[in-house]
Design a binder for this molecule. Structure first.
Ligand code: ZN
Length: 315
């Protein structure tokens, strides 16, 4: 690589979160068999980290009510990771009961968001986190952390690195080694992401960082690039850009997996995932969900497709 090259990683890990973050924000509920079929397609495409669902109150989030069944149907691949979201000890019990090895626990960097979301202040969650971590460890489950509204909160506005570090410290204290910074409502911008990631990596050198962007305001992939430049190599994405934002009706969901894969492919960054297979999965998902998904590559095709189909209309 010559001196004109921007600093980028050679490879990144793409975590598919559509079955959880995407579906939980959709009105249409997929059947368990449909979820399993998509999950199998992800695996065939080479996806090695899948967020399968969450163990939350099925009355509150009916889309996730069948997470146990989806999990039990997985045909596990070697070195693949199947994670679920848990909110409390009860969720962790359900996870353990169906053989989950990786559970994710989320705490908001914004007090107001945390109160609105779970009706409890962050300190209450810090307390709960200790018990959850030891209970998980005792049962051979790896607990990872997520910090929601890490780049901005619809109620509090800007979130300082101090606040984010405060939550990260609580995770670190109880032995959590992997933390996701989540731009829950799509407020992050690339300059901020770059600075935040550098600062967190400096402050917590023992932590593996993951980035979770929503494309609510069209800044998702730009934020990914900023994260890469700051040395982060793990990114969540959702098939087709499925999902939305509970605080912004009509807004788009996570960055689309195919768009992220396509960008990486164009830039020569290895993902180990077959883009065509994921586009096929996104088409199927779009059909099942019954409305257009926001993914750009899903609509426009890949760069390499265009060379073949548009050569007569160049101008
Ligand atoms: Zn999210």
């Amino acid at each position: 690589m010559g001196g004109r090259n921007v600093h980028l990683p050679e490879s990144v890990v793409v975590c598919e979160v559509g079955l959880r973050d995407g579906l939980q924000n959709e009105k249409t509920q997929l059947r368990t068999e449909q979820k399993s079929e998509l999950l199998e397609m992800f695996q065939e495409a080479g996806v090695r980290i899948v967020e399968v669902g969450s163990f939350v109150n099925p009355k509150a989030v009916p889309q996730m009510a069948d997470t146990e069944d989806v999990f039990r149907r997985i045909r596990p691949r070697e070195s693949a990771e199947y994670r679920v979201l848990v909110l409390n000890a009860k969720g962790l019990d359900r996870a353990v009961a169906c053989g989950v090895r990786k559970a994710k626990f989320t705490i908001s960097a914004s007090r107001t968001h945390q109160m609105k979301n779970a009706n409890r202040p962050p300190e209450a969650l810090f307390e709960q986190l200790g018990e959850l971590a030891s209970s998980a460890a005792a049962r051979n489950v790896v607990l990872s952390g997520a910090i929601s509204t890490a780049f901005g909160c619809p109620f509090e506005g800007e979130i300082s690195p101090e606040k984010v570090a405060g939550v990260a410290r609580e995770f670190e204290k109880v032995g959590v080694r992997e933390i996701s910074l989540s731009d829950t409502t799509g407020m992050a911008n690339p300059r901020q992401v770059y600075a935040m990631c550098l600062e967190m990596r400096e402050r917590f050198p023992g932590v593996v960082w993951n980035l979770h962007f929503h494309n609510t305001r069209g800044m998702g992939l730009a934020n990914v690039l900023a994260g890469m430049q700051a040395g982060v190599t793990r990114f969540d994405a959702s098939l087709g850009g499925l999902g939305g934002c509970p605080f912004a009706p009509g807004a788009t969901g996570n960055i689309a997996t195919e768009d992220l894969l396509h960008m990486c492919a164009e830039m020569g960054i290895e993902t180990g995932i077959d883009l065509d297979r994921m586009i096929a999965a996104a088409r199927l998902l779009q059909e099942w969900i019954g409305h257009d998904l926001p993914g750009a590559v899903l609509k426009a095709g890949k760069n390499s497709d265009l060379h073949r189909t548009c050569e007569k209309n160049e101008n």
